[in-house]
Design a protein around this ligand. Structure first.
Ligand SMILES: NC(=O)c1ccc[n+]([C@@H]2O[C@H](COP(=O)([O-])OP(=O)(O)OC[C@H]3O[C@@H](n4cnc5c(N)ncnc54)[C@H](OP(=O)(O)O)[C@@H]3O)[C@@H](O)[C@H]2O)c1
Length: 271
């Protein structure tokens, strides 16, 4: 895939499409003429985004999907294959976050939910889409996080689920060498989306009001993040760490881990 490669007519499965980065991805890919199978648990948001994509001329279908459910992931892939005979790109974007010190957590069960959505979701979708991606010499694109590269205070379970993605997909990439299937991992840092509204707090509940406050001048918009993700996929990148700070942190951590930890401690809110 080169920089001039276009997503026109590409058959793309996109999870977490009802809002935030997923919605921006859907809109930008639709504008390029991609054929989209949009998935999310939020039926209303999903319908609105799918409608907007169709209005911009894209052949778009929406499939209500909870990515923690193996059968629903299987059905999602089957639906895309039924519509277009195959899959060119699987874009695993759905994810949820948390904010709590580990020693203050009162309901530990939400750690399983984080793993189920952020790790098992992409794993199940990949499992069912892989035979078709091999046929089309396609690409798996996964949205991870800065927390999945450097860790983050208040985000132990989230960071673990995103680290798991890097371990899984780096390993899968070695297995897929020579098959023509590529894997792109993209790690954003601060993006203005609704993710904080749905994050898990210490007792497993979600905040009653959107806790996002625009104090982080370095936050990017969902549209900017989506643009980088699409560009990374187009260029066939292995891994893209969005933001200079993250890039520098990843490069320097093996040499000065204590200093990187110091900076990570000061940046409490990767999502
Ligand atoms: N925003 C950031 O600063 C940031 C930074 C680093 C990485 N990321 C990553 O970027 C990705 C997109 O996040 P975002 O910021 O766009 O969040 P978002 O605005 O909350 O969008 C995530 C979407 O995924 C959906 N979803 C949640 N659980 C699901 C499930 N079980 N099955 C299917 N869909 C599900 C959500 O539905 P509901 O709205 O109904 O929950 C929502 O529509 C995530 O993987 C996130 O970890 C975000």
């Amino acid at each position: 895939m080169g920089e001039t490669m276009t997503f026109k007519d590409k058959r793309i499965i996109l999870t977490g499409a009802a809002g935030g980065i997923g919605e921006a991805l859907a809109r930008q890919l639709a504008a390029e003429g991609a054929r989209l199978a949009l998935a999310d648990i939020n039926a209303e948001g999903l319908g609105l985004v799918a409608e907007a994509c169709r209005r911009s001329g894209s052949e778009t279908i929406e499939i209500l999907t909870d990515v923690t459910d193996r059968e629903q992931c299987q059905a999602l892939v089957a639906r895309a294959v039924e519509a277009w005979g195959g899959v060119d790109i699987l874009l695993s974007n759905a994810g949820v976050s948390m904010r709590a010190r580990f020693d203050e957590v009162t309901d530990i069960s939400f750690f399983e939910r984080l793993m189920a959505i952020n790790y098992f979701g992409p794993l199940y979708c990949t499992y069912y889409a892989l035979p078709y991606l091999k046929e089309s010499l396609g690409r798996i694109v996964v949205v991870t996080s800065s927390a999945g590269k450097l860790g983050a205070p208040m985000h132990t379970g989230y960071a673990a689920s995103k680290h798991a993605l890097h371990g899984f997909f780096d390993s899968l990439r070695t297995e897929l060498a020579g098959t023509g299937v590529g894997i792109t991992l993209v790690a954003p840092m601060y993006v203005k989306t609704g993710i904080r509204r749905h994050r898990f707090e210490a007792d497993g509940s979600h905040p009653s009001v959107d806790p996002y406050h625009d104090s982080k001048s370095k936050s990017m918009t969902a549209e900017q993040a989506a643009g980088i993700i699409i560009r990374s996929a187009r260029k066939g990148k292995r891994e893209v760490n969005i933001s200079f700070e993250l890039k520098a942190g990843v490069k320097l951590k093996p040499f000065v881990p204590g200093i990187i930890d110091y900076f990570v401690r000061r940046k409490v809110d990767p999502v």
